[in-house]
Write a protein that binds this ligand. Structure first.
Ligand code: ATP
Ligand code: MG
Length: 411
């Protein structure tokens, strides 16, 4: 127990943290190109925020939250997703009252008590973006475009964008009735969770992961056929902007998303291999979330991209992420005086921005060389008695084997 991390969590070890940093850097850079600014919200929130925000008929709220009472008896939840906390921060800090739109991105861990599987963990990480304060379909398209840019920049090919519109509360009401009518005589066969959803939120049934429910909803009425004029126009313009942007998509009426707050646009980037955990990025528009959590009427649109799934899919496509960061210099010394000179030189080189490794293991001369090879140092700086006497350094290019004697100035 003591030396085992809790189920569903994992350590990001030095051998892969370089990959994470690369992906994070790329994401930050792409967000910057769109003028998105970073927001960092706390790791936990009042549980009520997620019940109201994510919705109490969702898998997340029904069975996946890490909730507990703190010592003062407040009910607290580790964030299972990033959007509700950002919406809370928008309201609390009055960001909606500044010049609009508000364009935000974040990189955050999320916590969900789920059954552990490949691509499904209890602590996972997301890249997220949210654009608040505009109903314009251009916001939806820019959000999609950020995710598309990210996947394209990484060279991913076996992935497709699926889009849908799940309407607004007005047109969804009609669809809801049609759906209930369709499911009425199948009610007894629904899973227990979906029986509960039947009255509260039947559209959730379309997103049930149980195979039986998946079968039962085959042929169910499609939200796309029930869109009101406003939602229809929005969806048409969204598609036409994606066309302008040269982003390919498939209209898939089955995309309903797992959280309650979505309206109009819903989208997912999924693996073409149709794996069980094949959604790398999901998002959509949420025009009522801010109101639902007690704020003013502020529309929004955004996505969450699972970083672990992104890495899995990159591996599946055989795409290597640059992650090595070898030392510029390994300092190799013989004798105490040389060691002092080496330590002093290392500090100077590091101040100039170089990565420098100095022996800490009391290795002999030969083994210091072995180590320099092992860590793939670009240069070895060899300091022996002569070098100390003359104030010079013997610099060896570890790739070509070429050696030069340099003064400190020359170095
Ligand atoms: P799924 O249908 O796979 O359960 P979801 O609808 O619950 O996904 P969102 O809440 O939209 O997912 O989260 C956005 C993204 O975060 C997902 O597309 C996925 O890449 C990732 N994700 C969600 N849950 C997990 C998890 N438990 N472990 C790892 N990644 C996850
Ligand atoms: Mg889920």
């Amino acid at each position: 127990m003591l030396t085992q991390a809790p189920k569903g969590t994992s350590d990001i070890l030095p051998e892969s943290s370089g990959k994470w940093q690369y992906l994070e850097g790329l994401f930050r850079d792409i967000c910057r190109r769109y003028g998105m600014k970073e927001i960092r919200t706390p790791m936990f929130e009042h549980t009520e925020l997620f019940i109201r925000g994510v919705g109490d008929t969702t898998d997340v709220v029904e069975k996946q939250m890490y909730s507990f009472d703190d010592l003062a008896g407040r009910n607290i939840t580790l964030k299972p997703e990033g959007t509700s906390p950002v919406a809370r921060a928008l309201v609390e800090n009055g960001l909606y009252a500044q010049m609009q739109p508000t364009k935000l991105f974040y990189i955050t861990p999320c916590f969900r008590y789920e059954k552990m599987q490949k691509g499904r963990y209890r602590q996972f990480h997301q890249f997220g973006v949210e654009v608040f304060g505009t109903m314009s379909p251009l916001a939806d398209a820019e959000v999609v475009s950020i995710a598309a840019d990210m996947l394209e920049a990484l060279g991913m090919k076996e992935i497709e964008l699926r889009i849908n519109s799940i309407g607004c509360p007005t047109c969804r009401a009609k669809h809801r009735e049609a759906l209930k009518e369709f499911l009425a005589d199948k009610y007894d066969e629904l899973c227990e969770t979906c029986k509960g959803r039947f009255n509260k939120n039947p559209m959730r049934i379309l997103d049930c992961k149980s195979e039986k429910c998946q079968k039962l909803v085959e042929g169910a009425p499609l939200m796309l056929d029930y869109l009101c004029d406003d939602c229809k126009d929005h969806f048409e313009e969204f598609k036409s902007i994606l066309d302008d942007m040269g982003i390919e998509y498939i209209v898939d009426p089955g995309i309903v998303r797992g959280l309650d707050y979505y309206s109009k646009t819903a989208f997912e980037f999924i693996s073409v291999k149709q794996m069980a955990q094949g959604t790398v990025c999901g998002g959509g528009r949420y025009d009522h979330l801010v109101e639902d959590i007690g704020g003013p009427e502020v529309p929004g649109v955004g996505f969450g991209m699972g970083i672990e799934r992104l890495i899995l899919m990159l591996e599946q496509e055989g795409i290597e992420i640059p992650s090595e960061d070898p030392a510029d210099y390994a300092i190799i010394t013989m004798g105490d005086e040389a060691r002092s000179a080496g330590i002093s030189l290392a500090r100077k080189l590091r101040k100039d921005g170089y990565q420098v490794q100095v022996d800490m293991m009391n290795r002999n001369f030969k083994n210091q060389f072995k180590y320099a090879n092992k860590i793939k140092a670009k240069y070895a700086i060899i300091i022996g008695e002569d070098e100390v006497k003359n104030g010079t350094y013997n610099v060896k290019n570890m790739e070509t084997g070429e050696q030069k004697t340099l003064t400190q100035g020359e170095l």
